[in-house]
Design a protein around this ligand. Sequence first.
Ligand code: AVI
Length: 320
Amino acid sequence: TTATNPKVSFHDYQPELESFRAAVLLGLAREHKQIPPKFFYDERGSQLFEDILEQAEYYIPTVEKRLYQEHAADMAQLIGRDAVLIEPGSGSCEKVQLLLETIRPAAYVPMDISGDFLRKASCDLGAAFPWLHVYAACLDFTHELRLPAAVPEGRRVVFIPGSSLGNFDLPEAQHFLFQIRQLVGKGGGLLIGVDRKKDKAVLERAYNDAAGVTADFNLNLLVRINQELEGNFDLEAFRHEAFYNEQLGRIEMHLISRKAQTVSIDGEVFRFAEGESIHTENSYKYHPQEFGTLAQAAGFQSRQMWTDAGQLFGIYYLDG
Ligand code: AVI
């Protein structure tokens, strides 16, 4: 609908070829069935996630937004002018907008697995910030972190709002932070939002919103399998479940089979017992000290942490 903006470019590394099919068929063949959470984010899933962000029970966006608003100047000072700002899992690019005018990066590199969604978000961003150079990279950031060749030289700072790190298991989180450290190098930085450990009831409400949006988000995975992989999941025969696993410090999301049943996907048959689960997501919560240790092991040095009065959420700035 808008004229092409020469400051916005799109680089497609085709992240989804084959991987969804393989992940589903392998994941459902395991003793404890599982599907990695990155497959939530097709276009409808990305939209449902945006709707989760609007739910009152899901406290992260409100708390985090306030922190960016209150401390933008401090953050900008640590990041420095004319940085290359890189955001893996950028989604609707909403958070970064709270910082762009203060940070004034030389380039912004949003990365997302959902191509159409990324394209639209980048164009909207280019329109809202006409001075900004955007190099959008459609890729699976859990698989590869690469910058389009056209991105200018400059101090690199990775920006990860929304506690995306929480969706990695510990070894993966470690590896991901290490890769970020490689990408930004010595002298680069990382600005990252990380959800904190807190009262179980608050956490469980956040992943079981009353309107059922998180449930739809979870169940959309089965819709995707039906549509893209010729599956025949009966959506009425599975339910959303999310609970806090205190011992492991994580929210777990599952899809629970309401009855004994078989499901076929692309000709392969999978059996489900009544009550059997497909584990679809973990969302780890970190004490500041735990996160500090993890980041340090990846080669980062903690510079600053900002948190809210309720100690729900932490934003960290780390030096590479
Ligand atoms: C993207 N990620 C940080 C969200 C989280 O809280 O772990 C995904 C989510 N799943 C259910 N609600 C939100």
